[in-house]
Write a protein that binds this ligand. Structure first.
Ligand code: PLP
Length: 390
């Protein structure tokens, strides 16, 4: 069993950390069950290996936005319940029904799903979505009774089965805000109306990651957790460790060229930065072509256990860090060829540091890492030793 050499640039996905997070969220949600949300290639972590690891750790459901994402899971041999909730008239509803996906319905999709079910002579499984205040997808409350009537009609015909009612929260990451109370109340009313209309609602689901942590009254039968399974915190004032989570993704590369430059050297396009002293610059070979946000100048990069800020403009393929000293080159301390960690677990910079530098949220930082960066899944096989490399 040889050592695996580290790729030039990669995101490592620690599937043991992911399993830990899923188990932790299961404990918090219990007796509600966990839907692991693996849309957008599992927030950049790789949908199929993440889905498998989440199911191993006890997730009961998988959630995706698009039917095509659900079909990809089925093609990989994943048979667990999968819900897909974001459609257009161009969505392949036939594929969705054929692959046994559960389909989220906000209104107009119902007739498309029914047409697909008739064509396949196979009932569709649907979850009706009520807009309790987010103002995006979901049936407006004033049209809910009509949607229920249509759904019950089709259910009586045998072309579909309604198993779920769900909604999505707008402000759960700020637990003190009152909007969530109103959304919970509307959700309860929508479920009650569905039951009065003759629907046996098996799964009621409302909570995302923040509500799973902060609002037990939102757990119902199932919680839909994305961010949390990736080990990241949705709250501004609590980090991963505060929530008992372990960050799953580590993004690193290898220091390329290093050079000594005099005071006043302009760095990168536009010379937006000039060195304050004679120093050593390090070239880190990742840029916005790899999904590094171009505006994240100042974000931290860890080399040899120390943290250095990104200076100057981030380019398509590369960024520059300032080691702040001279005399490093041609010594055993030379940074050339060393591992440069942008973010990860342990003592590495956090995803949140990059999010702050890029004026965005941790969700976006991990999700936007591009396909140019290889994904390396660690501990994919639960049956092997702690290095996960069989
Ligand atoms: C993305 C998404 C989730 C997961 O949200 P997190 O905050 O990442 O847990 C849950 N439900 C729906 C409808 C979503 O679109």
């Amino acid at each position: 069993m040889g050592r695996v050499t580290f790729p030039e640039r990669a995101v490592e996905i620690d599937l043991d950390a992911l399993r830990h997070n899923v188990r932790h969220l299961r404990d918090i949600a219990d007796p509600a069950r966990v839907m692991a949300v693996v849309k957008a290639d599992a927030y950049g972590h790789g949908a199929v290996p993440v889905a498998r690891a989440a199911l191993e750790a006890g997730a009961a459901w998988l959630g995706v936005a698009h039917i095509s994402e659900g079909v990809e899971l089925r093609r990989a041999g994943i048979e667990a319940p999968v819900l897909a909730w974001l459609h257009t008239p161009s969505s392949d509803f036939v594929a969705g029904v054929e692959h046994g996906l559960d389909l989220g319905i906000s209104g107009w999709e119902l007739e498309h799903v029914v047409a697909a079910a008739r064509e396949l002579e196979r009932p569709a499984i649907v979850h009706l979505k009520i807009d309790t205040g987010l103002g995006r997808n979901g049936c407006p409350p004033e049209k809910w009774d009509e949607l229920l009537r249509r759904a019950v009609g089709y259910q009586d015909e045998g072309v579909l089965r309604v198993v779920g009612v769900f909604s999505h929260l707008a402000t759960a990451d700020e637990p003190a805000r009152p909007e969530t109370d109103r959304q919970v109340q509307l959700f309860r009313e929508a479920v009650a109306a569905a039951e009065r209309a003759g629907i046996a609602v098996e799964v009621r689901h409302l909570a995302n990651t923040p509500a799973t942590f902060s609002r037990p009254d939102c757990h119902f039968d199932l919680v839909r957790v994305g961010l949390g399974i990736y080990g990241l915190s949705p709250f501004a004032d609590q980090d991963s460790a505060d929530l008992g989570l372990r960050p799953v993704m580590t993004f690193s590369t290898t220091v390329s060229t290093c050079k000594e430059v005099p005071k006043g050297q302009g760095v990168s396009y536009g010379h937006a930065y000039r060195t304050h002293q004679a120093t050593t610059l390090g070239l880190v070979p990742v840029g916005y072509g790899d999904g590094v946000p171009r505006i994240a100048t100042g974000a931290p990069v860890q080399v040899g256990g120390r943290i250095y800020p990104v200076i100057g403009r981030i380019a398509m393929d590369q960024l520059v860090i300032d080691f702040g000293t001279t005399g490093l080159l041609d010594t055993p301390d030379s940074p050339v060829g060393r591992r440069a960690v942008l973010f990860g677990g342990g003592d590495a910079p956090a995803v949140e540091d990059w999010a702050a530098a890029a004026q965005t949220i941790n969700y976006e930082i991990v999700t936007r890492i591009s396909d140019r960066v290889e994904r390396v899944h660690l501990h994919a096989d639960t049956g092997v030793g702690d290095d996960g490399l069989a």
